[in-house]
Design a protein around this ligand. Structure first.
Ligand code: NAP
Length: 310
């Protein structure tokens, strides 16, 4: 059983970068991904802070990542890793489609997923007005009223993006100041169709076949009001995709991120981690890519040392 030297789970900036560094270190690598190549960043409307690329869309990023992997003949396996087990000094990754692949080392670059509000109507109206991705679903709300929830960069990015499509955007944030970078917050005042609703939380998303509105509570006064919207875009951060890590018994932080050292090593020999799933890179693509580089090199050294011992 010797399919690959290194299997990388995830094709976002961390996974793709790890793959490129490992491949250029002479490793036989494969990248496994169940979604779009390029990870979460590929759903971004606009990326302006990746060094060397003053402006690109998420889809452009995805295409560039795919081309870069193909340039180095790195196989991209479109499948989901169900479990990882150890046998005969190798790691076996079982796939959802059936079958398995094996390698000496694994790099987990599984990223993170959207955090949910947990309010009435959120699950019921998912895909019927509730969305976690403005770039993906914004177009369906052309000329309509929408709400965006959150106070970070993503929420502001969504509000600005949607203001070009929707007739009105309510930006609802639970505090009276934004967490997002000042340069982003300043853009809001230039868009008259964005109304900020601060110190407020959504208590219910309601509708019939689709979303018709939200109930909002002011956390300072306790007053509740209703806003008529047909779309609700939730941008309240992310949680790490740690299922594989948990199942194999890797040590996690108290917030569920995979614990890694400065070389991307996890608590299990031969398993490395990089990117948003480690919580180290401030959830920035460039940070994830840097972590991927470290994990790619460390994992390659690990595999080389195993081969030398044989
Ligand atoms: P984030 O920075 O963690 O912000 C999450 C926001 O959601 C916070 O304002 C938080 O409120 C709010 N929130 C969390 N749980 C909530 C709940 N249950 N109910 C209501 N509100 C809730 O997440 P993000 O905006 O997705 O950004 C993640 C990282 O990616 C950040 O480091 C960000 O800078 C980066 N990012 C960068 C760009 C860019 O540079 N182009 C774009 C997008 C994201 P509090 O503020 O009160 O905690």
């Amino acid at each position: 059983m010797e399919d690959y030297d290194i299997i990388i789970v995830g094709s976002g900036p961390a996974g793709a970068s790890a793959a490129i560094y490992a491949k250029r270190n002479g490793m036989n690598v494969a990248v496994l991904d169940s979604g779009t190549i390029g990870g979460q960043l590929s759903t971004s409307s606009e990326v302006e802070n990746y060094l060397g690329f003053p402006k690109m869309t998420g889809m452009e990023w995805s295409e560039r990542t795919k081309n870069h992997l193909e340039h180095f003949n790195i196989p991209i396996i479109l499948d989901t890793a169900e479990s990882i087990t150890r046998a005969d000094g190798m790691y076996k990754v079982s796939l959802t489609s059936g079958g398995s692949i094996a390698a000496y080392s694994i790099i987990l670059a599984t990223g993170s997923r959207h955090r949910h509000l947990g309010v009435k109507g959120e699950e019921e109206f998912f895909g019927k007005g509730v969305s976690y991705c403005a770039t993906c679903d914004g177009y369906f709300f052309k000329g309509k009223n929408v709400a965006v929830v959150g106070g970070g960069n993503t929420a502001i990015e969504y509000a600005l993006f949607l203001s070009n499509i929707a007739s009105k955007v309510y930006l609802i944030h639970r505090r009276d100041e934004f967490r997002a970078e000042k340069v982003e917050v300043d853009k809001l005042s230039q868009v008259p169709t964005i109304e900020t609703v601060l110190s407020s939380v959504i208590v219910e998303i309601f509708g019939s076949d689709a979303v018709r509105g939200i109930k909002v509570r002011n956390v300072k006064t306790g007053d509740e009001s209703q806003i008529d919207v047909e779309g609700v875009f939730i941008a309240i951060g992310t949680v790490p995709n740690n299922d594989l890590a948990k199942a194999i018994g890797l040590e996690l932080t108290d917030r569920g991120f995979i614990k890694t050292d400065e070389n991307g090593r996890t608590s299990m020999e031969g398993i490395f981690a990089a990117g948003d799933v480690t919580g180290r890179g401030k959830a920035q693509a460039i940070g994830a890519a840097a972590e991927g580089m470290v994990a790619g090199i460390s994992s390659s050294h690990y595999v080389q040392s195993i081969k030398l011992k044989k």
